[in-house]
Design a protein around this ligand. Structure first.
Ligand SMILES: Cc1cc2nc3c(=O)[nH]c(=O)nc-3n(C[C@H](O)[C@H](O)[C@H](O)COP(=O)(O)OP(=O)(O)OC[C@H]3O[C@@H](n4cnc5c(N)ncnc54)[C@H](O)[C@@H]3O)c2cc1C
Length: 697
């Protein structure tokens, strides 16, 4: 072989080997850096400690480009430094302590004594060891600018610092770690109505609340909140830290009181909550017991607990749904009518009358309905425009009686906005009214048993927004006068009709996939409601169930309202309160009621302010502008219309012109086709043309 060639081949071989070695080196280095784990002589051990090992690459890929919703707490250490050795057991304990929360916070460590880890240590200006820094989740804007130094080496203080940091930067997906400012802040939280609510009252420097919230974050169906001592002493809560449960009927009960020892209180509260959830679940399973069958209020309590299960149609009447139904029906469905007169006005009066008598909501709302009733009764004219109706409703809003202008679906919330909501709340309202009428008729000469059903029919006929629904309902309720002779019958009549609708709509596109329309009540809610073979309803049991189901949810009739009720209804009201187990709890609920009321009053005040603004001089100027603009637009419109009119004066309309164009195009195409057929073809086949000519010649 030519020596020159040989040399060049050797050179290229050597170069190849060198390149291979280089690649291998890089691969080895990369593997060394990316393979996670502490070395044998390190301060931490991958096998026994919960500290997450980091190096330059994993620091970049896992801390800097962290998964969302994760807080990193990193110790920058030097394996040779004595302080670090001394501190290592503390860091290990911390990591072990937080090992249940690794989906929220990671305790990690990086050895800055290793040259390959130089970059991150330099980048974060680590000048002494150990240095501990906390990195907010990626959702935080300018996240790396908000990295915080832990200034202590004491374990309890580090824990507190981390908890405070977690509270400050908690992403939306985490449970709430901040204390509630006001009790009503609860209702702004997500999925509140589908959960059992627990609340921890504690001192400002206490960490128990946060720890319990974090410990129970993955337990479904419960929510734990915290409130500070200074916010709740006025409500008569005197022991701190203490754990309370909010019952479905809006009462609260004390579950535990701590002794200010962080770990034992934490354990106690977590345990008590878990036990309580277990008991509630066990109760819901024993719903078919004999005792419950005889005691509708027991069924009600249990159904309240069951209603936490969002997958089934087990939700019971809820104050929030009922008030939202009222708001929408009065301020939208009735107000949308141009004129309310004749039969329609009669229907409205009947509707308001039964609401005034049987709506089981809060005192101000009930008083508001009484005011509406008075307004309608004293109406001087035989008709009312929709606008007048709205103005009247607005003017009736006052501090002592009002209807909140808010829609907040609770049990009626669908899996997406197009499902459930208003129609669901109207069914709930209607059932609640029939049950309310039944409750008030107890122990007295029953009033008109059909009164509520006729009012519902009137509402469906004249106001319900869905035309098809009202048509069907009117068909279904044709025989109501003869079919219903008692309040019990009325409750069952509506139940049967509702089930007919459920049957018809099962599989319909309006059916919420998460709340399929089943025959109600399903076995899971009321196992005793059907015969043992599951074929027939036991209507007595169904009735008892419905009474429990639709008279609960913390809805009670306040004593101050009695004077507005008809005749001697005091007994009936008492029995209603007793039947829902609230007769002696009205006082206890008072502060809660007040809180709710204050919130609504704020809304009323805002409404007034808005109204005042509407009437202010600025508004007048704005209106002038608007009307000027409107007249300009109107003028332009008139000019356009005039032009159209001129055109039509010639007898040629736009349609005529379009037809002309179409015919013109069609005739052009036909001429072109004919031209192609006769002329072009002759040019292409001159012989055939000549032949034809000679033959013909
Ligand atoms: C009077 C009326 C008639 C309607 N007619 C039609 C119609 O013809 N066509 C149409 O498309 N939509 C109709 N709708 C709407 C439809 O019935 C539902 O309200 C809507 O589809 C929402 O359904 P939902 O799953 O929330 O449960 P809904 O049927 O609204 O029920 C609400 C809640 O009531 C309880 N419940 C269910 N069944 C019963 C029962 N038999 N007795 C007592 N409580 C029960 C359950 O807790 C349920 O969650 C009507 C609504 C009303 C108020």
């Amino acid at each position: 072989m030519n020596p020159e060639k040989l040399r060049s081949r050797c050179r290229s071989n050597a170069w190849g080997t060198f390149r291979l070695k280089k690649v291998a080196l890089v691969v080895i280095l990369y593997l060394t850096l990316t393979v996670e784990g502490f070395e044998d002589d390190d301060l931490y051990s991958t096998a026994t400690d919960f500290v997450k090992p980091l190096n330059a690459i994993t620091f970049e890929t896992q801390v800097i480009k962290s998964q969302p919703n994760l807080i990193w707490v990193v110790e920058f250490y030097n394996r040779w430094c004595g302080h670090c050795m001394h501190f290592a057991p503390t860091w290990k304990k911390l990591a072990e302590y937080m090992k249940e929360w690794t989906d929220l916070v990671v305790i990690a460590a990086i050895d800055c004594s290793q040259p390959e880890n130089m970059l991150p240590c330099r980048r974060f200006d680590i000048q002494s060891f150990p240095t501990m820094k906390m990195f907010p989740p990626t959702s935080v804007i300018d996240r790396l600018g908000k990295v915080e130094l832990i200034k202590t080496q004491s374990l309890p203080e580090i824990k507190t610092a981390i908890l405070d940091f977690m509270t400050t930067f908690a992403p939306e997906t985490w449970p709430r770690l901040k204390h509630l400012d006001e009790m009503q802040d609860l209702w702004h939280e997500k999925n509140i109505y589908k959960s059992e609510l627990f609340i921890i009252f504690e001192d400002e420097d206490s960490q128990i609340g946060k720890m319990v919230v974090l410990d129970l974050r993955n337990v479904t169906g419960i929510k734990v909140f915290m409130m500070l001592r200074n916010k709740v002493t006025k409500f008569g809560i005197t022991e701190f830290p203490s754990l309370y449960k909010f019952n479905p009927d809006s009462t609260y009960s004390k579950l535990a009181v701590g002794n200010n020892s962080l770990e034992s209180d934490r354990l106690l509260f977590v345990q008590r909550i878990k036990e309580d959830v277990k008991t509630t679940q066990a109760n819901s399973l024993s719903v078919g017991s004999d005792k419950d069958q005889k005691d509708p209020s027991a069924v009600n309590r249990i159904s309240g607990a069951i209603s936490m299960d969002s997958k089934e149609q087990t939700s019971h009447s809820n104050r929030s749904d009922l008030e939202s139904a009222l708001h929408y029906s009065l301020r939208q469905e009735v107000a949308i009518c141009q004129t309310i007169d004749g039969e329609r006005l009669g229907a409205l009066k009947e509707y308001i009358n039964v609401l005034k008598k049987y709506f089981p909501g809060r005192e101000p709302v009930q008083l508001f309905l009484v005011e509406v009733w008075k307004m309608l009764s004293n109406l001087q004219s035989p008709a009312l425009t929709g606008e007048e109706w709205m103005n009247n409703l607005d003017s009736l809003q006052a501090e002592s009686h009002y209807l909140p202008e808010v829609i907040r679906w609770a049990s009626c919330e669908g899996s997406s906005p197009q499902f459930r909501g208003f129609p669901c709340s109207m069914w709930t309202l209607f059932h609640t009214l029939t049950v309310g009428a039944h409750a008030q008729s107890q122990g007295r000469t029953p009033g008109d048993a059909k009164e509520v059903l006729l009012a519902i029919r009137g509402y469906m006929k004249h106001f319900f927004g869905c035309g098809e629904c009202s048509k069907h309902f009117l068909e279904m309720s044709e025989g109501v006068e003869s079919e219903v002779t008692s309040h019990t019958e009325a409750v069952l009549w509506l139940w049967r009709r509702h089930n007919q609708v459920n049957k018809r709509l099962h599989g319909h596109e309006s059916e919420d996939p998460r709340f399929p329309k089943v025959q109600f009540p399903p076995r899971s809610v009321c196992p005793q409601c059907k015969s043992p073979n599951g074929m027939k309803w036991d209507e007595e049991k169904v009735f008892a169930f419905l009474v429990g189901f639709y008279s609960g949810a913390g809805i009670f009739v306040p004593a101050s309202l009695q004077s507005f009720k008809e005749g001697n209804q005091r007994d009936g009201v008492d029995s209603l309160e007793d039947s829902i187990g609230l007769g002696n709890k009205v006082k206890q609920l008072d502060w809660w009621e007040k809180k709710q009321r204050n919130r609504d009053l704020r809304v009323v005040r805002e409404l007034r302010l808005r109204k005042q603004k509407k009437n202010s001089p600025n508004r007048a100027v704005a209106l002038q502008h608007l009307s000027a603009e409107k007249s300009q637009v109107d003028e332009a419109q008139m000019v356009k219309e005039r032009a159209n009119n001129i055109r039509s004066l010639w007898g040629v309309t736009n349609i005529d012109l379009s037809m002309c164009v179409v015919f013109y195009v069609i005739s052009t195409v036909i001429i072109l086709l004919l031209y192609h057929h006769f002329i072009i073809r002759r040019h292409r086949h001159p012989c055939r043309a000549a032949k034809t000519k000679s033959l013909s010649g």
